[in-house]
Design a protein around this ligand. Structure first.
Ligand code: FMN
Length: 178
């Protein structure tokens, strides 16, 4: 391990350090005016079981931020490991992410994409200041998981997958929701 750095003066090193925390990858969609918004995000996390709340954060520089802030519904898609191309499409800033992509509004009005490892239909619950990001908290209304699809992983700035050892360790013995 290298010596410790100061987060505010070493932003590059700070980002590298944060990359040591693997996450899943999701695409969150929301209805918009002319067309919906959609964004690849790794900032998703579970927050509360009762009530059922999740969170994600959006960069204040994101072109779609005003649409996100006004949205009345979101759909969160946990991507599967074969959805890297879809992830790249929804991670390109300022591009027309929906061009040539067939989509249907889902039950809550936000588009639902096919092939995800799980889908959560949500409503806005709260928005908070998160520095250079805005923190969105959403209430989950409906969800469905597809256990046959393995989730995509992001770590150290790269996609990854869970590898062949996944599922071989003992289940954590206590009843926790993480
Ligand atoms: C794996 C991955 C995870 C990302 N996670 C986030 C995130 O949590 N929040 C965010 O604002 N941008 C995140 N981004 C970047 C956005 O996807 C990208 O800047 C976005 O599509 C910009 O949208 P815009 O067209 O509204 O500017 C991530 C990109 C990748 C590749």
């Amino acid at each position: 391990m290298t010596g410790s750095q100061i987060a505010e003066t070493d932003p590059r090193m700070f980002r590298n350090c944060l990359g040591q925390f693997p996450t899943g990858v999701c695409i969150v969609t929301a209805p918009g005016g002319d067309e919906p918004v959609g964004m690849t995000m790794s900032s998703f996390n579970s927050l509360s079981l009762d009530p059922p709340l999740i969170l994600f954060s959006i960069d204040r520089k994101a072109k779609g931020l005003p649409t996100w802030q006004a949205a009345t519904a979101y759909v969160v898609h946990f991507l599967s490991q074969d959805q890297r191309e879809l992830s790249n499409r929804f991670a390109r800033p300022g591009t027309n992410k929906w061009e040539g992509l067939p989509y249907q509004p889902g039950p809550n009005g936000a588009p639902v994409l096919a092939g995800a490892a799980a889908v959560l239909e949500c409503r806005p619950h709260a928005q908070h200041d998160g520095g250079d990001h805005v923190l969105f908290i959403a209430r989950v209304e409906r969800f469905r998981a597809n256990p046959d699809r393995r989730p995509l992983v992001f770590c150290n700035g790269r996609y990854s997958d869970l590898g062949s050892g996944h599922g071989t360790a003992d289940l954590w013995p206590l009843d926790i929701h993480y």
